[in-house]
Write a protein that binds this ligand. Sequence first.
Ligand code: HEC
Ligand code: HEC
Ligand code: HEC
Ligand code: HEC
Ligand code: HEC
Ligand code: HEC
Ligand code: HEC
Length: 394
Amino acid sequence: MLATGKIQLGVASIFTLGAILWFGQGLLSRGQGPAMQGPPPATTLPWRSNKPFKEAGYVGGEACAECHVREFKSYHDAAMARALQTAADSLILKSHARLTFRVGPYSYEIIRDGDRSIYSVSDGKRSIAVPILYSFGQGKAGQTYVLEYKGAFYESRVSYYRALDGLDFTIGYPRTVPSSLEEALGRAISLDETLSCFGCHATASSFGKRLQLEQMIPGVSCEACHGPGRDHIAAMEAGREETRIFNPGKMSPDELSQEFCGSCHRSVEQVLNMPQQGGINNVRFQPYRLFTSRGHDPTDPRLSCVACHNPHEHLREDVAYYDAKCLACHQTKVELGPAARKVALAKDRTAKACPISDRNCVTCHMPKVDLPGAHLKFTDHRIRIARPGEPYPN
Ligand code: HEC
Ligand code: HEC
Ligand code: HEC
Ligand code: HEC
Ligand code: HEC
Ligand code: HEC
Ligand code: HEC
């Protein structure tokens, strides 16, 4: 693992940043740009199986409910659990009878028809209409559709955005008029890209380089992170000692953040291989941002992803919740309340106190960044003294 501080964070010039935003922002943000190393194929991750669905022993998240009531209850409607849905189950598609968008001569429509949603684009003379197969993203920022056209998978050129409650260009596509009806529809995605899209948004979608979408469990289900559960359940029912399931909590903090969460949220290695580290898009790549926070030791368990996020629960959006996380290391100039005192034993708090405030730390030191085209602000995980008006530190 690289050590913090060794990375030179060059200030990207306005020109290079602009170029990235214009050419292939989404391609970069998805880790698929031709000029950069893509994410590792999902099936090479050690906790996943390389065998076909049945043989691998996937049982589905409901099978865990009986014994792990707490995890199951809090997780079933969490964002990651809904990272992919079939068109029939997609909450956003179900609740929108008709969505429309227009650019130049092209008009788009997504029409609900029973259990299906039909995505169509017309140039006034010709039109293409195809059923949506899957929605990607539960729609915190937005939702993109995967379609099938002429035997290939397509990523939709327009996406749903919550802030608009409507459609707009999918992030990363140039905001120009498409040059043909096919181009207006979307972009054909290669097998490798299909494998990684489904690998990050769903469970057991492939083995080796083969897709198994009929069996796949939509969304990031328990077994996407813990591996197939059949042998574990059998062992627990038989009262055996060995649990026979992967527990990422046993990884070192740095491995957990980079190799585990980073396998989908993008690790520091992946981002360092992107041209200009992905530009402002890398605000979406928390493992990289956090790792490059000056003075912060990524091998400290108080700074791993699970120190601030319980992956089985909804994301906490109350800023005060995070104070105790910072104060596990940082001193304060004022006496702490009882809740914070419990987490933060004075002897372990060796990092400096803030001269400005003793609360709501993340509002100033983990600022929200408006990502162009995303219609959502992301939280910059590079913890720092953010100066007003400073350019985005790459
Ligand atoms: C029949 C009951 C039962 C079922 C069903 C079950 N588990 Fe467990 N699980 C256990 C028990 C018992 C333990 C051990 C608890 C302990 O020692 O802390 C455990 C431990 C675990 C651990 C920690 C393992 C370790 O080595 O630290 C994970 C992760 C886990 N279960 C995930 C799952 C998942 C995912 C499912 C569904 C695919 C599942 N379990 C289904 C009973 C069950
Ligand atoms: C198998 C891939 C995968 C892994 C591994 C993974 N994530 Fe995620 N995560 C996702 C996807 C996909 C989303 C986007 C869900 C959406 O909004 O549709 C997401 C979203 C999130 C969110 C945002 C939730 C919200 O409400 O906005 C948090 C927080 C998060 N993940 C934390 C973690 C942490 C912490 C880990 C490691 C313990 C982790 N994730 C591991 C795929 C993954
Ligand atoms: C390397 C893993 C990875 C791959 C590959 C990937 N995603 Fe994601 N995706 C994520 C993670 C993690 C998030 C949550 C953080 C964020 O919004 O960037 C996410 C978020 C999203 C969101 C926003 C979700 C929301 O709730 O706002 C959409 C839409 C999306 N992805 C679509 C896609 C599509 C379509 C593809 C393939 C063409 C794809 N993704 C490929 C990991 C991945
Ligand atoms: C996004 C990845 C992810 C998903 C999805 C996920 N887990 Fe976990 N799980 C983790 C991580 C990371 C840990 C270790 C947490 C820690 O040590 O703080 C963990 C730990 C556990 C443990 C051990 C808890 C303990 O106290 O040691 C159990 C049991 C468990 N998970 C069950 C489940 C079940 C059941 C589901 C589905 C409802 C599920 N997990 C979904 C990432 C995930
Ligand atoms: C020191 C605390 C802290 C740590 C460590 C941390 N996060 Fe976060 N994270 C936050 C805060 C604060 C938010 C914003 C919550 C809100 O207001 O919505 C957030 C939000 C997120 C989101 C939602 C998207 C966004 O940008 O708002 C994702 C995804 C996420 N974190 C993933 C991760 C991953 C992966 C790791 C490990 C590399 C990690 N976080 C480590 C504090 C932390
Ligand atoms: C694992 C312990 C740890 C945690 C957790 C932690 N910090 Fe730090 N932080 C440090 C250390 C060590 C330094 C470097 C020098 C010092 O202040 O002693 C530092 C430095 C800083 C700096 C100054 C950075 C600079 O560029 O000079 C700020 C601001 C800061 N931390 C804020 C936070 C906030 C806000 C949180 C919670 C979101 C947080 N830290 C969480 C240990 C930690
Ligand atoms: C209202 C905004 C704001 C809040 C809230 C805030 N800070 Fe700060 N913090 C600042 C500013 C501005 C500076 C830089 C002060 C300077 O350099 O004059 C700073 C400096 C720091 C430093 C560097 C101190 C040094 O001597 O180098 C640390 C560490 C820090 N803050 C941690 C925290 C922690 C932990 C919290 C929550 C308990 C917090 N901050 C809350 C604005 C804030």
